[in-house]
Design a protein around this ligand. Structure first.
Ligand code: GLP
Length: 234
C-alpha cells in the first residue's frame, strides 16, 4: 500500500485527476470503478476541465459505479445516477451505454446485482477503481462486518451512514438500503486508489494505517491487494 499525503483537498483532487487521466490516456479502453460522495467531486471537476481540451477523452472508456441507493428514482437529486451525470457524465464524451450504475429501482434487486457482476465480467474486469472512505471504514456501501469475499448485493445502511448522507434527502426519507459492489468484486480491480478527505475521517485513517486486517473495518481489506494507493489530506 502506497501512502501519499497531500496538504489540501485541491491537491488531492489534482492528484486523483492526474491518476485517472493518465490511466485513460495510456489505455483509452480502460474500465474504471468510480465512487460518489463529497470527496471525489473536485477530482471529477478537474477531469472535466482537462477533457474539455481533449478530443476523445472518454470515448472508449467504460465505467462502473460502486453503488446506488435502492428505491430512489434515477432523476432524484440524491441518486448516484444524478450525481454522476452532474459531476462527470454530462460533461465528457462517454458513451452512456458504457457508463454503468446499479439500477436501484429494478423490480428484482437480487437479479440486478447478478446482472451488474456479469457486466463487469463481460467488460474484462475493472482496471482501476477509485474509492472513498466512510467514517466507519466502509468502502462502497460495504459496512463493517462485510465478508471480504462479498459480491455485488443489496445491503442495509447503518444509521451513521444514513446520517452522513442525509443532505440530499428530506428528513425521514433517507434510503435504508443500497446496492453495492462487494469487497471481493472491488479487490479484483487491477489497481485501486483510495481518496480520503473530509472531517471525521482521522480515526478511520489511523485504523487503516495500523495494518490490522479485520472485517469489522472494511477498508482494511485493501491490505490484501497488491496495488493500492491511498491519497490522504492531512
Ligand atoms: C458514501 C458512498 C461511499 C463514499 C462515502 C464517503 O457512503 N457510498 O462510496 O466513499 O460516502 O463519502 P464522503 O466522500 O462524502 O465522505
Amino acid at each position: 500500500m502506497i501512502w501519499e499525503t497531500v496538504d489540501s483537498p485541491e491537491a488531492l483532487s489534482a492528484r486523483g485527476a492526474d491518476i485517472l487521466l493518465t490511466a485513460i490516456r495510456e489505455n483509452p479502453r480502460a474500465v474504471l470503478g468510480l465512487p460518489t460522495g463529497r470527496t471525489p467531486i473536485g477530482m471529477y471537476d478537474r477531469v472535466v476541465q482537462e477533457c474539455s481540451r481533449e478530443y476523445r477523452c472518454f470515448t472508449g472508456v467504460t465505467t462502473f459505479n460502486l453503488d446506488e441507493y435502492a428505491g430512489v428514482q434515477r432523476d432524484h437529486p440524491g441518486s448516484y445516477f444524478a450525481y454522476m451525470k452532474q459531476h462527470l457524465f454530462n460533461h465528457v464524451d462517454i458513451d452512456p451505454a458504457n457508463a454503468h450504475i446499479p439500477d436501484g429501482m429494478a423490480s428484482d434487486l437480487a437479479a440486478e446485482c447478478i446482472r451488474y457482476e456479469g457486466e463487469i465480467r463481460d467488460a474484462g474486469g475493472l482496471d482501476l477503481t477509485f474509492l472513498g472512505l466512510g467514517r466507519n471504514g466502509h468502502i462502497g456501501f460495504n459496512e463493517p462486518g462485510t465478508p471480504f469475499d462479498a459480491r455485488t448485493r443489496v445491503v442495509e445502511l447503518t444509521q451513521s451512514t444514513r446520517h452522513a448522507n442525509a443532505d440530499l434527502f428530506p428528513e425521514g426519507h433517507v434510503p435504508t438500503h443500497a446496492i453495492t459492489m462487494g469487497i471481493g468484486t472491488i479487490l479484483e480491480s487491477r489497481a485501486i486508489v483510495l481518496l480520503v478527505a473530509g472531517r471525521g475521517k482521522e480515526e478511520a485513517v489511523e485504523r487503516l494505517r495500523s495494518g490490522v486486517v479485520d472485517e469489522a473495518f472494511p477498508a482494511s481489506a485493501l491490505w490484501k491487494h497488491g496495488d493500492v494507493r491511498v491519497l490522504v489530506v492531512v
